[in-house]
Design a protein around this ligand. Structure first.
Ligand code: SF4
Length: 427
């Protein structure tokens, strides 16, 4: 993981930098500096507007979740708000997708924005308590948020009667212990409750039965960090950025064979090639791209012929890919692609919580087929292809949670690049 001090930051396109506007420029350890640079204007306006109008601004913005599933944020908030109190809000800061490090930059370089976003979510849904679940391998992110919460509390931005309004809200931090599956929202609830980090079957959904069995809103760090600006400048303004269902700006974690690995913010619609070449500096030494893993281990491989695709939910879906959490891992022509595929297959085998058969057995069988092909020196013969396609179908159709459902994505999408066609390339 890159993402700490020294990570390249950059932005491109209308409305940017928005999420990164303070990162690297404003002291993340100072509440005064945050307020001086626009901080808590969104919350002040929301307190005047009230919960319903706050929710309406988020709805007008068209904001969708940035953790991977792209679910409309306002719809999630509205369904929790309809349920009886007490309700909870949770920030999913368990950024564990391989290749993703953008949430870390936000937590360490603009922690008050994450707190303000969570406070706005609490105001909109009528929650008095919130949790931030931080990846265990991110101790500096945890420290940064803890420091920020203490300052915010001391200054009346958290706690009883925030800014002398009738609204009270406070937040607690929790640290994970290294399990990828705890980024899955219901496994995360179990982990906070002191239970095994195993996903729950759905329905019921978190908005009805979430943390401690209560209605819960859970959002990714980047989603919440976008909310203060939406309240400050208006949902309509935010919706004017981007295209189609893809509104606003998106953070990307770019790594692998690029000159400047880093976190970049772009307006939706920017072509992948522009991001890789203009922001990340292209492949070092003028080498050629063999593949780009888009969306992390749970994402899909795109080939060099697909790099003119614009970064948007619709455009990536049309080529069998996904924005996912917004990571781009660039592999040049020197890379043994099948070795990377085997590594990803092993990752899913290791990280499966083992609760359901399609994932527990499917990830193991998938790894065995990929390893056998690699040992034999390839190619993927018809028998191996049929087995991989069958496994993919079963894992997608019958796994309880996203880990098992997405485990075949990288393997399936690599088959196209290797000249074989996967059974289902929907990603
Ligand atoms: Fe566990 Fe995998 Fe089933 Fe998810 S899909 S519940 S990780 S076994």
């Amino acid at each position: 993981h890159a993402g700490g001090v020294g990570t390249h930051l950059g932005s491109l396109g209308e409305g940017t930098p928005l999420l990164l506007r303070r990162c690297g420029r404003v002291d993340p350890g100072s509440l005064e500096a945050y307020v001086e640079h626009g901080g808590y204007r969104g919350l002040r306006r929301a307190l005047q507007l009230g919960p319903e109008a706050t929710l309406a601004e988020v709805e007008a913005s068209g904001l969708v979740g940035r953790g991977g599933a792209a679910f409309p944020t306002a719809r999630k908030w509205a369904s929790a708000a309809r349920e009886p109190a007490p309700r909870y809000v949770v920030c999913n800061a368990d950024e564990s997708e391989p290749g993703s490090f953008k949430d870390r930059v936000l937590m360490e370089q603009d922690p008050f924005a994450v707190l303000e976003g969570l406070t706005l979510a609490a105001l909109a849904v009528g929650a008095e308590r919130g949790f931030i679940y931080v990846r265990g391998e991110y101790p500096e992110s945890h420290r940064s948020l803890l420091r920020a919460a203490e300052q915010a509390r001391a200054a009346g931005f958290l706690g009883e009667r925030i800014l002398e309004s009738g609204f009270s809200f406070d937040v607690e931090l929790r640290q994970g212990a290294g399990a990828y599956v705890c980024g899955e929202e219901t496994a995360l609830f179990n982990s906070i409750e002191g239970l095994r980090g195993e996903p729950r079957a759905r329905p019921p959904y978190p908005a009805q039965v979430g943390l401690f069995g209560r209605p819960t809103v859970i959002n990714n760090v980047e989603t919440l960090a976008a909310v203060p600006a939406i309240l400050e400048r208006g949902g309509g303004w935010y919706a004017s950025l981007g295209s189609g269902r893809s509104r606003g700006t998106k953070l990307l974690s770019v790594s692998g064979h690029v000159v400047r690995a880093g976190v970049y913010e772009v307006a939706f619609g920017t072509p992948l090639r522009t991001i890789l070449e203009d922001l990340a500096g292209g492949v070092p030494g003028g080498g050629a791209v063999q593949a780009v893993l888009c969306g992390g281990a749970a994402g899909t491989f795109l080939g060099p012929d697909q790099l003119d695709t614009p970064l948007s939910l619709e455009a990536l879906q049309a080529v069998g890919g996904t924005v996912g959490s917004g990571s781009l891992v660039v592999l040049d022509e020197t890379v043994d692609l099948w070795a990377v595929v085997e590594r990803i297959a092993r990752f899913f085998r290791d990280e499966s919580c083992g609760q359901c058969v399609p994932c527990r057995v499917g990830t193991q069988r998938q790894l065995e087929v990929v390893s056998a092909v690699r040992r034999a020196g390839g190619p993927v013969d018809d028998q191996a292809l049929a087995m991989l396609n069958d496994l993919a179908q079963v894992m997608r159709d019958a796994s309880i949670c996203g880990l098992g459902q997405l485990a075949p994505n990288a393997v399936q999408s690599s088959l196209r690049l290797l000249g074989r066609s996967g059974g289902d390339e929907r990603g």
